[in-house]
Design a protein around this ligand. Structure first.
Ligand code: PMV
Length: 326
């Protein structure tokens, strides 16, 4: 029986995905652009048994309940349908990401699962096919098949909604500093949060239209190495996503008091003349986009204002198979 371990790295969206046009196919309302990070990743091992039965999912050494395994099970059904493998699967995943606190653990999780499960089933998908498959597990996973910067084209059907890498100017060496604020589980999952915002927030259409406009503009700014543009688009997309959540019914937010403190610290660093731009996802942690030339100064300036742990990330690699055993 083939046992395959794949590693996929978390990505952080610079232009956010926050809302589905088709929840069944996981087609997003707008295209999005991301940076895959070297410091946060998931290692996932999959093997299929000859017999049918319940799938087993072990996360960080703890066997998960049938309810917690349901999402993995549904995803594995897609893999079974695609590859013709019938048996039940055993999935063991080790997360090198603070879980479910907006450090996008589902992006690395489903990208690693897509790669490990298809290989364990004996199939070799192209990166684009893997990206489309990972999308069905979690939208953000669409982009984690690729290293560095990537765009997820929203598309209009299963075939046309996938990510691909986008180049950055040779002069541009992006860095992202994660300000760790809280690693507790979030109150509102990204799935529930985006569904509520899509259904009720009058700001949602403006968020999505702006993101759709900014995604190709971000790709151009990355190619040109225009850090100021990249940073402005990044902050705008995050703030508009969180603004749309605050205008939902009932309203909700991932901002904690410490989030605002961190955001103000980033602004102060920028006012002092350093390139530093904030973004934030479905949790209170703040991520700061800067470049390799300035990252040490940015970290020192943040440390001078904040007590939080800071993790410096460089662009991470594409998802890859790290072990195969018969
Ligand atoms: O696909 P999910 O459930 O991981 O949702 C991701 C949503 C954000 O991280 C907030 C934005 C994004 O584009 O990754």
């Amino acid at each position: 029986m083939l046992k395959v371990t794949a590693r996929a790295h978390t990505n952080i969206a610079l232009i956010k995905y926050w809302g589905k046009a088709d929840p069944e196919l996981m087609l997003p309302a707008n295209s999005s652009v991301s940076l895959t990070l070297d410091q946060f990743y998931a290692d996932t091992t999959v093997s299929f048994a000859a017999e049918t039965g319940n799938d087993t999912f072990v996360l960080d050494g703890v066997k998960q309940s049938p309810a917690a395994t349901q999402r993995i099970h549904q995803f594995l059904d897609l893999v079974r349908a695609r590859t013709g493998v019938r048996g039940s699967a055993t999935v063991r995943s080790v997360n090198h990401v603070p879980n479910a606190a907006g450090l996008a653990s589902s992006s690395s999780a489903f990208a690693a699962l897509a790669l490990a499960a298809t290989r364990a089933a004996g199939a070799e998908l192209s990166p684009r096919e893997l990206s489309r498959l990972a999308r069905r597990g979690s939208g953000s996973a669409t982009r984690s098949i690729f290293g560095g910067t990537a765009i997820w084209h929203k598309g209009h059907d299963d075939d046309s909604s996938f990510a691909e890498p986008v180049p950055t100017a040779p002069s541009l060496s992006l860095r992202m500093v994660a300000i760790l604020i809280d690693d507790r589980q979030k109150d509102v999952s990204s799935r529930d949060g985006m569904a509520r915002t899509v259904a009720t927030s009058p700001y949602f259409p403006v968020f999505a239209a702006t993101a759709e406009h900014d995604a190709p503009a971000m790709v151009a700014a990355l190619a040109q190495g225009d850090m100021e543009q990249i940073g402005q688009f990044t902050e705008r997309s995050a703030m508009m996503m969180h603004g749309a959540n605050m205008a939902a019914e009932p309203p909700f937010t991932y901002f904690a008091p410490a989030t605002l403190t961190a955001w103000a610290a980033v602004r102060a660093v920028r006012d002092a003349g350093l390139p530093a731009y904030a973004t934030m996802d479905a949790g209170p942690n703040v991520k700061v986009l800067t470049d390799a030339t300035h990252v040490d100064a940015v970290v020192a300036a943040l440390h001078a204002q904040l007590d939080n742990e800071l993790v410096v990330c460089a662009p991470g690699p594409a998802a890859s198979v790290i072990d195969t055993t018969e």
